[in-house]
Design a protein around this ligand. Structure first.
Ligand SMILES: NC(=O)c1ccc[n+]([C@@H]2O[C@H](COP(=O)([O-])OP(=O)(O)OC[C@H]3O[C@@H](n4cnc5c(N)ncnc54)[C@H](O)[C@@H]3O)[C@@H](O)[C@H]2O)c1
Length: 262
């Protein structure tokens, strides 16, 4: 194949999605960034295109709206020629941190619609293109919050756990068309909404970092590197799996006081 492969990154206007777009463009993909923020996604696409020299285009689409999702995928296929990789990254990480009984129906629905339905609608829309070419790489973005229990994160946590079910069942269903479906689960990545929560005093930075064996915040580039790797032939025989990218947060079991000599 002489034409570059084409990657679609949802929620690509900023944060992790922007870093994923940058990494894939630098690796030679043509990249379609989609986002609900119309102006910002255009500006980010122009910036990444100038930085990398790759074809990077911005598309306005709300992941919860099937008509908008299908229209964006159709335009991407028309303008960039194919759809090879889909990264379901769009999300809302700053829900109200309130106990389960105080979560409104609207907030819970928004979490499920954005993270679960959104990833499903984009997957559903690209699968026919991927089946035709007998090639596709779909990457879901869950979270450490989908794997463990947390207080005051019920909607987000439930939605991110459901993304794992979506990953496994889509992987089983689409495998024979050479479509892989994998999921990465970031730990704590210092993007703007998280930085805002730290500044507001909602997150205890000291106890958080004390639990991370690699002893630092994650960076968007840490996530982008792993997603970029999943889109290479090295991962051609890997499907239906979850890869935590969390500095070791989930394997931390220590409870002794820190060694005074270290
Ligand atoms: N930052 C973290 O610590 C962290 C940890 C685990 C998982 N994640 C996940 O990573 C992904 C990206 O998070 P981030 O930290 O870059 O956040 P961010 O808020 O910086 O970026 C999210 C992007 O998604 C877009 N978006 C939101 N709702 C949308 C919709 N309905 N349709 C289309 N686009 C929409 C936003 O406009 C934004 O550009 C999310 O799925 C998030 O849940 C983040």
């Amino acid at each position: 194949m002489n034409e570059p492969r084409v990657a679609v990154v949802t929620g690509g206007a900023q944060g992790i999605g922007k870093a994923v777009g940058q990494a894939l463009a630098a690796a030679g993909f043509s990249v379609a960034l989609t986002d609900i923020q119309h102006d910002r996604v255009e500006a980010t696409a122009q910036e990444l295109s100038a930085d990398t020299g790759a074809r990077v285009r911005g598309y306005a689409a709300d992941v919860t709206d099937l008509v908008a999702v299908e229209a964006s995928v159709g335009r991407i296929n028309d303008e960039l020629g194919r759809v090879d990789v889909l990264v379901n990254n769009a999300g809302i990480i700053t829900s109200n941190y309130v106990p389960a009984e105080d979560v409104s129906e609207e907030d819970f629905d928004l979490m499920m619609a954005t993270h679960v339905k959104g990833a499903f609608l984009y997957s559903k829309s690209v699968i026919p293109y991927m089946k035709r070419q007998k090639y596709g790489r779909i990457v879901m973005v869950s979270s450490v919050v989908g794997a463990l229990g947390f207080t005051r994160r019920i909607g987000y946590s439930t939605a991110k756990t459901a993304v794992l079910g979506l990953t496994r069942s889509l992987a089983v269903e689409t495998g024979r068309w050479n479509i892989t479906v994998n999921c990465i689960s970031p730990g704590y990545i210092l993007t703007q909404p998280i930085a805002d929560r730290v500044a507001a005093g909602d997150l205890d930075e000291e106890s958080l970092l004390a639990r991370v064996p690699l002893a630092r915040w994650g960076r968007p580039e840490d996530i982008a590197g792993v997603i970029g790797a999943l889109a290479t032939p090295a991962f051609d025989y890997v499907t239906g799996t979850e890869i935590p990218v969390d500095g070791g947060y989930r394997i931390q079991g220590d409870y002794l006081r820190p060694d005074p000599e270290s």
